[in-house]
Design a protein around this ligand. Structure first.
Ligand SMILES: [Zn+2]
Length: 346
């Protein structure tokens, strides 16, 4: 992909932590996911933010229905005149939370939505959704032998090569997922446990709701957005983007099976497939201590340099309004950022 040498629109990206971003383009503020509140022990913007703080949003695009993507959208909707776009389960959860149905657009992948507003803002901005896959959360096994002795349920590091677990049925995955849920209920610290109790009320009792990815066309270029580490290979092979926002957490999912390899490899290969010039990571900070980890970005940087040598990995700090497309101050993949702790507030 080529990207414009100069940009008149000054598209910027604010990272709220986890996989939540606010994209400012062509006069619009577009939230990508809406999860902003965190346990007090989690990484995140300093000072911490809550969804109640957000008073500027025109659109909210939700990747899937889990609380760490959707929780808080109901408050952003209450504080703004935004329209929410999401899958059927996300819309159901939001409707139960009191969001008016006529302010939401229900999608399942394949729809293109024109984001221009009646006042003319957002001219030339449109988004297309595509079906996607969720990371294999079930493959984490805090209780591998079923003895009730709970071990670590933390995510694996980005360079851990994970093999096996192929061909698990839905029922087998459910048994393993129950072990993950038991770990979350019993093994996290006080603040994380309180946060889960607050944020999961009414949220995702039916699972992820069918993950979606988005391609957003702006006057400056094209952005791919993914909020969980998975994809259908036959779909992303036909997509391209100038900027790719790629989720980097957990065991990646390719076409319904856990990756035979590392998360870093998954991200690097996706960067190449999409042909993106700039890569932004999401979901890689320590948003739920005891479950998430502060992901070391360096193996991912190396994998991007190997598979997509023309791509630049942008190092976003929280809420730093990073310019994307041309003219950015992104760090080339060959020059590691001073810190590899994405969770460190700067
Ligand atoms: Zn999820």
């Amino acid at each position: 992909m080529t990207i414009p040498a100069t940009t008149s629109q000054h598209t910027t990206l604010d990272w709220y932590g986890c996989a939540t971003f606010a994209l400012a383009t062509a006069g619009l503020t577009i939230f990508l996911d809406a999860y902003i509140d965190r346990p007090s022990t989690a990484a995140g913007p300093n000072p911490p933010r809550t969804a109640d703080d957000v008073d500027e949003a025109d659109w909210i695009l939700i990747g899937h229905s889990h609380f760490d993507h959707l929780y808080g959208a109901e408050r952003i909707m209450a504080n703004t005149e935004a329209t929410l776009v999401g899958g059927y389960e996300s819309i159901r959860v939001m409707e139960e939370a009191g969001v008016p149905a006529d302010r939401m657009i229900c999608i399942s992948g394949g729809e293109t939505i024109d984001l221009e507003l009646a006042d003319g803002r957002g001219a030339g901005v449109r988004v297309t959704s595509y079906p996607s896959q969720h990371s294999c959360v079930w493959s984490q096994m805090p209780d591998p032998d079923g003895s009730g002795e709970i071990g670590s349920g933390e995510m694996e590091p980005a360079d851990a090569v994970c093999l096996g677990d192929l061909g698990a049925t839905w029922q087998e995955q459910q048994v393993r997922m129950a072990s993950v849920m038991k770990y979350l209920e019993t093994e996290l610290d006080g603040p994380a446990t309180e946060h889960l109790a607050a944020s999961m009320v009414g949220h995702s009792p039916r699972g992820d709701g069918g993950p979606l990815v988005f391609v957003i066309e702006t006057p400056d270029g094209r952005i791919f957005y993914q909020d969980t580490s998975g994809h259908w290979s036959g779909i992303i092979e036909n997509l391209d983007a100038d900027v790719a926002i790629l989720a980097a957490a957990g065991r990646a999912n390719i076409d319904g099976e856990p990756i035979q390899g590392s998360l870093a490899e998954f991200v690097g290969r996706q960067a190449a497939t999409l042909g993106a010039s700039q890569i932004v990571l999401g979901h890689h900070d320590n948003w739920l201590p005891g479950f998430s980890i502060p992901t070391d970005v360096e193996p991912i940087r190396t994998a991007i340099a190997t598979h997509a040598p023309n791509a630049t990995l942008l190092d976003l700090d929280y809420l730093d309004a990073t310019p994307i497309f041309a003219g950015t101050l992104g760090t080339p993949t060959s020059e590691p950022h001073a810190t590899n702790e994405p969770g460190d507030p700067s």
